[in-house]
Design a protein around this ligand. Structure first.
Ligand code: MCN
Length: 785
């Protein structure tokens, strides 16, 4: 039995069940009499659905029902909502015609669900899908945002001209124009931020059950935010009143943002469970997930940086086309706007910034949040511009960065955010020392002897985490702020249950939240259970994304613990017949200051319930407290990653040989978990930079639709990471925490590409910098020579 401390590398409590195969994922759960759902999906990127004939399918053995969009409409099941409202620069509201769960007359991407078959077995359901006749009138596909905006392009929605959902702007256009007019040097880059498929280890799944006796539903599902899912399914889609819908997100095997949204399949399974009067199970298959899970990134950006003759940044100008796919997914409007363009100041003191973002429909899978969501795209733009500008001006890239870092806090950027605290130079200096930048020249020369080109790249990233304080979100013009809830239930024996609205799907909350309780109450971590992911147990919560669970979820827990301690103190005072003001709580004991009298936390807990040695007219029995926490600002994790890469001159193959990450994530609860989070993010960032790409052909067919064509990073693609920390505690939450869950994915792509371009001596290389891309760059350079 161990009492843990904040800052201690406690091993993850949940890992015992995961590594012994005792985790309970949605697909592990089965209900008596359950049926199986299979979705018939569009083989076309863009087509009118003239008719669906399911007569033959319905007659096949094992088939219980076949439903189409018409059945949902007949039951008044609404479209999926389209997230935060964005207004275009002309003041008009974004054009979001809605996302039907099953096609209503038209399909808008390959994989768009057209019908669902409910059958006794999955095989029966799949066989029946082959027997459904769909009369499609195929329309031209539009795959890229530029193509979709071109005159004469096919319209994804008839009512959305130029396929443009919104044309948004941020910053000061005139001031930026003036900055560029005064510039001694302008750096220009055209950047493609490649589209990614999230590929969580566990695919999405749903098991829905309708209780006819109470007309109530239970949905087990792979959600990162079960309460928000319940709210959407109830208030927007209209499946059932909120109190008659229980959503349980049991163990979830990763999400990386892709499980925040309410998708068609989970919604249809829930609705269908009542229609067929039996539980309905659906588990996405891997290749199906490539088409059906929301993708990430897919920005095309024209970016310019204006500098004076000494390399001081004067202004930054950006025009980004964000491909949102066939429908506007739940957070798709906020990712390329509030989460992207507000971070375009990076770590730099930039006097003037102006950014324009067009969100464009195409006939591709919808695009939404994926680890970092907007912030990796912003970091990539800023860190590539800075790197290229430095090289063009013959200034050492580290010196260029230091010359432009923000050094005074709080710092108001020209793109709304107020950075509270930071130490950017300290992170860069520490990273340079840990990476032995001084010895790089020698390593480069040694590599050249082996026929390798060696390069070094920096990425000084910043992110806004702890999404999303009401105060800050209000100033961004969006209506909703996102707080978090926590309840601490102290049992009579002194053990504790924490109920949190955060959801752990790989981040180790069962350990870190328990660690906080153990440290605060002085009780062994083994005596603390963390309960999450069930709307019947936790009343409401906003869930996990935007690296918010530490900064917001644990702050709510800290607030609830304050209340527990305050009440326990009152009880302890009565137990020891002392004045409350004389009671001190430390290391799990309440003592009367200046005496040897004391009671353990457990004794107070017992007294709170069963041995009322206190007037219940004054103090209510029991020890259970709850809190909601709404932060006053985002947290701003920042740091510097340095990548060292070697390129084989003959094949173009790039090998990441060293990785140094110095991150400022404020106070650290559990360094082992935080490091693990940073490692995972770096792996994903390296994947984006070197390997992963989502490609459609001109007909809108996904040609990277499996792991055969879509290259995920593997262990042998990655070096051992060297991770260090600098710490500036966050002033806007009681624990001083900043998030760490996305940092690696935000920092890594720019560090890799900066290293590749350094090795090649070229200015630009597109992501992913595969062997072919690099080999071609080498050939071009040779031809130019
Ligand atoms: N932590 C800490 N000290 C800090 C900050 C955090 O010890 N200063 C701990 C926290 O207590 C928590 C973990 O580190 O146990 C991550 O905390 P935080 O940065 O607040 O992130 P969240 O818990 O909110 O997780 C969300 C984040 C996001 S947005 C994505 S995407 C992501 C990520 O976490 N998806 C993941 N990490 C993932 N890890 C796994 N295994 N699977 C995913 O899907």
């Amino acid at each position: 039995m161990t009492v843990t401390r904040i800052g201690e590398a406690v091993k993850r409590k949940e890992d015992h069940r995961f590594i012994t195969g005792k985790g309970q994922y949605t697909d592990d759960i089965n209900r008596p009499g359950q049926t199986y759902a299979h979705f018939l999906r569009s083989p076309h990127a863009h087509a009118l659905v003239r008719g669906i004939d399911a007569t033959a399918a319905r007659a096949l053995p094992g088939v219980i029902a076949v439903f189409t969009g018409a059945d949902l409409a007949a039951d008044n099941i609404g479209a999926l909502p389209c997230g935060w409202m964005i207004h275009s620069k002309d003041g008009s509201p974004m054009k979001a015609p809605g996302h039907p769960c099953l096609a209503q007359g038209k399909v808008r991407y390959v994989g768009d669900p057209v019908a669902v078959i409910i059958a006794e077995t999955l095989t029966d359901a799949k066989d029946a899908a082959a027997a459904i006749e769909v009369d499609y009138e195929v329309l031209p596909a539009v795959v890229t945002a530029a193509e979709a905006q071109a005159p004469g392009a096919a319209l994804v929605f008839d009512e959305v001209p130029r396929n443009t959902a919104f044309e948004w702007e941020i910053g000061n256009k005139e001031a930026t124009l003036r900055a560029f007019a005064a510039a001694a040097h302008v750096t220009t880059l055209d950047i493609v931020n490649n589209r990614l498929v999230p590929n969580a280890m566990e695919p999405r799944a749903a098991l829905a059950e309708w209780d006819s006796g109470n007309d109530a539903f239970t949905l087990w599902t792979t959600s990162q935010n079960p309460h928000v899912a319940r709210l959407v399914l109830s208030a927007f889609v209209g499946i059932a009143p909120e109190h008659r819908l229980r959503v349980i997100a049991p163990d979830v095997g990763g999400g990386f943002g892709s499980k925040i949204f309410v998708y068609p399949e989970e919604t249809v399974a829930l609705w269908a469970s009542k229609r067929v009067g039996r539980p309905v199970k659906w588990t996405c298959e891997r290749m199906e997930a490539f088409q059906a899970d929301a993708h990430g990134r897919d920005h095309v950006t024209h970016a310019e940086l204006a500098c004076d003759e000494r390399g001081r940044i004067l202004g930054l100008r950006v025009k980004t086309l964000a491909n949102v796919g066939g429908y506007l997914s739940l957070f798709a409007s906020s990712v390329p706007t509030y989460l992207y363009a507000t971070l375009l100041s990076g770590q730099y003191d930039i006097p003037a910034i102006y950014a324009e973002v067009d969100a464009v429909y195409t006939t591709t899978t919808p695009v939404d949040a994926y680890r970092g969501a907007g912030r990796p795209e912003a970091t990539f733009v800023v860190e590539r511009l800075v790197e290229v500008a430095a090289r063009q001006m013959n200034i050492d890239p580290a010196t260029f960065r230091k010359r432009n870092f923000i050094t005074r806090f709080p710092h108001q950027t020209p793109v709304i955010l107020t950075y509270d605290v930071g130490g950017y130079r300290a992170s860069l200096d520490k990273a340079m020392e840990m990476a032995d930048v001084k010895g790089f020249g020698k390593r480069r020369r040694e590599a050249a002897h082996r026929g390798k080109l060696r390069g070094l790249g920096y990425s000084a990233y910043i992110e806004a985490c702890g999404i999303a304080p009401s105060a800050a979100v209000g100033s961004l013009g969006a209506g909703v702020g996102l707080w978090e809830s926590a309840e601490v239930r102290v049992n009579p024996t002194g053990t504790v249950e924490v109920l949190t609205g955060s959801h752990s799907h790989g981040q180790g909350h069962e350990t870190t939240f328990a660690q906080l309780v153990s440290a605060r109450l002085g009780i062994p971590i083994e005596q603390v259970a963390v309960i999450h992911g069930d709307t019947d147990k936790v009343q409401f919560g906003m869930g996990t994304y935007g690296s918010r669970s530490g900064a917001v979820g644990m702050s709510a827990l800290a607030k609830a613990l304050d209340k527990v301690e305050a009440k326990a103190k009152k009880i302890a005072a009565h137990l020891m017949e002392a004045a409350e003001a004389d009671i001190e709580f430390r290391d799990g004991r309440f003592t009367v200051v200046g005496t040897d009298r004391g009671v353990a936390f457990g004794e107070v807990a017992l007294a709170a319930y069963v041995a009322h040695k206190f007037p219940t007219s004054e103090i209510e029995p029991g020890l259970k407290e709850g809190a909601f926490y709404d932060p006053t600002n985002f947290t701003f994790p920042a740091g510097c990653h340095i990548c060292e890469i070697e390129i084989d001159e003959d094949t173009g193959h790039a090998t990441v040989v060293n990785w140094t990450a110095v991150d400022d994530i404020g106070t650290v609860i559990n360094p082992m978990i935080a490091e693990g989070q940073i490692h995972g993010g770096i792996a994903q960032g390296i994947g984006q930079a070197l390997l992963e790409n989502t490609r459609y052909d001109s007909a809108g067919q996904l040609i990277t639709g499996s792991f055969t064509d879509y290259t995920m990073p593997r262990a042998d693609d990655l070096p051992a990471f060297t991770v260090g920390l600098t710490t500036t505690p966050c002033p806007s939450n009681p624990l001083g925490l900043k998030g760490c869950g996305e940092a690696g994915a935000i920092a890594a792509p720019a560090a890799v590409i900066n290293a590749v371009t350094d090795a090649l001596g070229s200015e630009d290389v597109a992501m992913p910098a595969t062997s072919e891309v690099i080999w071609r760059a080498l050939q071009r350079a040779r031809t130019a020579d």
